[in-house]
Design a protein. Structure first.
Length: 100
């Protein structure tokens, strides 16, 4: 069991799920990807504090989708080149699928 304080995330990020049933450890991948794709700076800080940069890096580098702008933001936050991101590689292989 962890003694970490759960992050105080904006519930609007999780508009399509019941926020009360999110398990921060079991649903870590979903939460991290959603926060980095739709959250603001405070949400990202809360996420980094709770999960740590190593876990966040692993999840973001293997994410299937982040918007283009958010991919560059994530690259800056975790200090990795954008070319290392799976979603960036997918976007380069199939540019017609991501018109935004």
């Amino acid at each position: 069991m962890t003694d970490k304080k759960i992050p105080e995330l904006d519930r609007c990020i999780f508009w399509d799920v019941d926020f009360n049933y999110l398990d921060y450890d079991r649903h870590a991948r979903f939460i991290i990807e959603r926060v980095f794709d739709r959250g603001d700076v405070n949400d990202i800080r809360q996420c980094r504090r709770y999960y740590g940069d190593e876990k966040i890096s692993g999840i973001l580098l293997n994410a299937r989708f982040l918007s283009e702008v958010r991919t560059y933001l994530a690259a800056a936050v975790i200090n990795k080149p954008v070319e290392d991101f799976r979603c960036y590689k997918i976007r380069q292989l199939m540019p017609g699928l991501f018109p935004y």
